[in-house]
Ligand binder design. Structure first.
Ligand SMILES: C[S@@+](CC[C@H](N)C(=O)[O-])C[C@H]1O[C@@H](n2cnc3c(N)ncnc32)[C@H](O)[C@@H]1O
Length: 220
């Protein structure tokens, strides 16, 4: 059973000053490359290869990828979803040229959205922030599936443990983040994520890059 406190902890770190001064430099500039061994440039490539002109992003953080990626159309429909108001407003400002709509909600609960569906959904670095086992986190996919148009792609990445290779510094930082509730990935494995995606999507691919599981799943 996932507690409300644990859900709160998974998004509480994203304060305005962290988003403005720390996140891009520390996570995207340093940790991805030096600790998780999954360079940000590769994750941006994932966006460029999969983002469509009708895109929903869930767990938006600073909106870095939305700002930097190449949408196939200069005027995409863009929706941003996050539990944290700071992340939503920071990312919305950064992507203001696309006039995004914003939806504030907890992705672990049914999503109050009845607008038109999307052709792509990004869930970058969201799952390792969500509390619970991989089976409990995967309800996120059940909530997002009805928002996907036929043939739509859901893509993202998440930091995992299990057999994923990670150095001592990476493990120490993961332990620290898990202790504070910023991460909840002690039991997350690439195999468990693959299993949950396979239960819900007819076609998916998943690969480990460093200790990051990078994945895509396609709606029928
Ligand atoms: C690690 S950041 C990822 C930011 C961005 N996608 C990236 O890769 O740089 C995680 C984001 O997920 C949001 N988040 C955490 N728990 C959430 C939840 N239960 N529902 C919706 N969003 C959540 C946080 O507020 C934060 O914006």
């Amino acid at each position: 059973m996932v507690s409300a406190d644990a859900v709160h902890a998974g998004q509480a770190a994203y304060k305005g000053w962290i988003l403005k001064w720390v996140y891009d430099a520390l996570v995207l500039g340093f940790s991805n490359h030096a600790l998780w061994k999954c360079p940000t440039s590769g994750l941006l490539d994932l966006y460029n290869a999969n983002v469509t002109s009708n895109h929903l992003d869930v767990g938006v953080g600073t909106g870095y990828y939305l700002d930097r990626c190449r949408f196939p159309d200069p005027e995409p429909r863009l929706a941003l979803m996050d539990l944290n108001e700071n992340s939503l407003s920071f990312a919305a400002k950064r992507a203001a040229r696309y006039r995004p709509e914003t939806i504030r909600c907890n992705a672990l609960e049914p999503i109050p959205f009845d607008g038109p569906g999307f052709d792509s959904i990004g869930v970058m670095y969201l799952l390792h922030c969500l509390p619970g086992s991989m089976a409990e986190k995967a309800v996120l996919f059940d909530h997002l599936r009805p928002l996907m148009n036929s043939g739509a792609v859901l893509f993202g990445a998440t930091i995992v443990q299990g057999s994923a290779p990670r150095g001592a510094a990476a493990q120490r930082l993961m332990d620290l983040y898990n202790g504070k509730g910023i991460f909840s990935n002690r039991q997350d494995t690439v195999e468990a994520l693959d299993h949950e995606l396979g239960k819900r999507f007819p076609r998916r691919d998943i690969a480990l890059v460093g200790c990051v599981a990078v994945f895509r799943a396609f709606a029928d």
